[in-house]
Design a binder for this molecule. Structure first.
Ligand code: 5RP
Length: 228
């Protein structure tokens, strides 16, 4: 699949997911290129249909885009609930275990997700996999002692494409990526990561998502998590 085809599938999933947002809702808005299509569609609905909702964003990038459309964005600590969060993902398997953080927003994404009544992911079909792990697993680490975490997990610092400096998250931390090819025991790995001092959060989102909307050449299809 080339990039144009992939973008078309991402866009279709984003447009489909935008239908979930109704007047008066508080919605979590994720991060990434698929979410950009979602926010474009929500912006269109705000303008053309008078949709009114409040957003909580998972990155400054998404906040800027949403505010550009006149969508009201508030701090996560200023809401008492989030009705639904719609986010992208890098991979998801049939057990609804996924990898996120390709856009370095995993920490805020996990905080918003765990405070949401419902979590929906929007992906193109190439991200639905048998076993997660081919996509390098992002881990957010405190800069001090980051080299020790890198050594322990044989990870690689994520470097900016321009300039080659370590990528900084919205919390000013580093992201390191674990090139594992496959993750057969995600729970154990998640436990090992989160109990390592210096690790702030990891990109394993295990059985958290309620619904995945998959951009498919035949039209968006919905996968509901039976365990939720
Ligand atoms: C950002 C994320 C993204 O949701 C994930 O990387 C998917 O991105 P895209 O929609 O651009 O493929 O987790 O941290």
């Amino acid at each position: 699949m080339d990039k144009a085809q992939q973008d078309a599938l991402k866009k279709a999933a984003g447009i489909e997911a935008a239908k979930l947002i109704q007047n008066g809702m508080i919605a979590g808005l994720g991060t990434g290129s698929t979410v950009r299509f979602l926010v474009d569609e929500l912006g269109r609905r705000v303008k053309e249909e008078g949709l009114e909702f409040t957003g909580v964003t998972t990155s400054r990038r998404t906040q800027e885009q949403a505010e550009g459309y006149g969508i009201k964005i508030v701090n996560i600590d200023d809401v008492d609930h989030i009705d639904v969060t719609i986010d992208g993902a890098d991979e998801v398997d049939k057990n609804f275990n996924g990898i996120k953080g390709g856009g370095a927003a995993l920490l805020w994404e996990k905080i918003v997700a765990t405070n949401s009544n419902k979590i929906v992911w929007i992906v193109d079909e190439s991200k639905v996999v048998d076993t997660i792990g081919k996509f390098p697993l992002p881990v957010e680490v405190i800069p001090f002692g980051a080299g020790q975490v890198v050594k322990k997990f044989e990870a690689k610092y994520r470097l900016a494409r321009v300039g080659g400096e370590p990528v900084r998250t919205d919390e000013n931390n580093y992201v390191v990526d674990l090139h594992l090819e496959r993750i057969d025991h995600p729970q154990e790995l998640a436990q090992d990561l989160i109990t390592t001092v210096g690790v702030v959060e990891h990109g394993l989102f295990l059985n958290m998502v309620d619904q995945v909307i998959v951009g498919d050449p035949n039209g968006p299809r919905v996968m509901d998590n039976p365990n939720k």
